[in-house]
Design a protein around this ligand. Sequence first.
Ligand code: SF4
Length: 143
Amino acid sequence: MNVDELLKRGLAQEFLSAEEGVFLFENAPTAKLMFVANELRKIQKHNSKKVTWIIDRNLNTTNVCIANCKFCNFFRIPGHPESYITDLATYKKKIEETIKYGGEQLLLQGGHHPDLGLSYYVNLFRDLKKYVPTNKITCTWAT
Ligand code: SF4
């Protein structure tokens, strides 16, 4: 495989195989990838010079998790002295900071706490909405 050849195919909007993608990941210089990405953006956006982004913030709901992913250094088992569940005052402070700096989105992210069920998150989202003066902030949950 050859980096330039694969990038040329990418520019032509041809599909690359997973193996070819891994090859690019491991071998392509970042500057070349950026160039191709920008060229593809231009095609997708009809040559618009406008590039947009949003400011968002990840807020951790809890570091308690029972999924036990091998790569994870974030989680703590239930009952661990370093375990926490984020309280409303902390959310409020972080939301205010996010809005102050132009943030438009929140991503709630945390572990699989065995004691926090659907109703906990329904209530949490309801409470957080009180701190969000506009509809611009979106609360999503992922781990
Ligand atoms: S689910 Fe998320 S928080 Fe839990 S162990 Fe896996 S990566 Fe860590």
